[in-house]
Design a protein around this ligand. Structure first.
Ligand code: GLU
Length: 301
């Protein structure tokens, strides 16, 4: 349930390309939810993945959000400038004995994870490096391959209420908080950032539903207050039912405008695709503020 204090929503794009219509739809819904409640709305640039993030996409994405009428409070926060915050979080976990070095390659994990492991979710890390002896650890550290850092989740479970998905629960696996190339991992950064930015409601794509349990575990271990409201919105699908991608044709605002469509027409289509208005509406997100409520959202592509 939503808390009683002021609402603070956020949108957190990764600058790895132009935003596609699905990203824009999620951004509109996140913005509407926060602003319709009279709340604040902040942006966070998730540029931690140094291999895939590009500076030019930051400006392009901010421009696309402005074009569709989304505004935000304060300057966007950049994950690449917040390594201190993430290191601090890892320090707390380390002091509590809740992290360990993992030397497994992807292939080794895939192989081990395909064997049955009690009640662990499919694909979960099977714990190969969890209990290495001091001498095994020394030997592995002497090899060339640097370790990733995983949490010791110890069969913790989680449960939360999602506004659209209902009660969601499961078991937390030993997920990675720092990759073996040194980059901080998504879940660690997102939990540290959402807490630091005092976010009270998270609206994001349903592909991230399963990450929430890991983030809730981090909030608990780091002594942070989690957001009080979670909304995982349906992903936008192409006509073939697959997740929207470049091969589906004109999937960015720029491509739609180049086809002669208008911004209001594209926004109307996006709002229409989740049942907020008839699909052929032409409007801007601000026109949807009065009367916005999640109960009118249709969970479709
Ligand atoms: N940066 C993620 C993305 O672009 C979103 C992360 C989040 O909202 O928690 O998919």
């Amino acid at each position: 349930m939503s808390g009683t204090g002021p609402v603070r929503g956020r949108y957190a794009p990764s600058p790895t390309g132009q935003l596609h219509l699905g990203n824009l739809r999620t951004a509109i819904l996140a913005w509407l939810s926060a602003r319709a409640a009279g709340g604040e709305f902040v942006l966070r640039i998730e540029d931690l993945d140094s291999g895939r993030s590009r500076e030019k996409w930051v400006e392009v994405q901010l421009g696309e959000l402005r074009q569709i009428g989304i505004d935000w409070d304060g300057d966007p926060v950049r994950q690449s400038g917040r390594h201190g915050l993430y290191s601090e979080a890892i320090g707390i976990l380390r002091a509590k004995g809740l992290v360990y070095d993992c030397f497994c390659t992807r292939a080794e994990i895939r192989e081990a994870a395909s064997a049955p492991h009690g009640d662990l979710p499919e694909g979960a890390y099977p714990g190969t490096c969890r209990d290495l002896t001091a001498s095994q650890l020394r030997d592995r550290l002497a090899e060339d391959r640097p370790p990733a850092l995983r949490v010791r989740a110890e069969a913790a479970t989680y449960e939360f209420e999602d506004v659209l998905c209902g009660t969601v629960g499961g078991r937390v696996d030993d997920f990675v908080v720092r990759r073996n190339d040194g980059d901080f991992a998504y879940n660690l950064a997102v939990a540290a950032d959402d807490a630091d930015q005092q976010v009270t409601e998270v609206v994001r794509g349903a592909d991230l539903l399963e990450t929430t349990g890991r983030q809730l575990w981090l909030y608990r271990q780091l002594g942070l207050t989690p957001p009080s409201r979670w909304v995982h919105v349906p992903l936008m699908l192409g006509q073939d039912g697959a997740r929207l991608a470049k091969r589906h044709g004109a999937v960015t605002l720029e491509e739609r405008l180049a086809r002669g469509e208008t911004i209001a027409g594209v926004v109307g289509e996006l709002a229409g695709s989740v049942g907020l208005v008839p699909e052929d509406s032409r409007l801007m997100p601000a026109d949807l503020l009065a009367g916005f409520g999640w109960q009118s959202i249709r969970g479709s592509g």
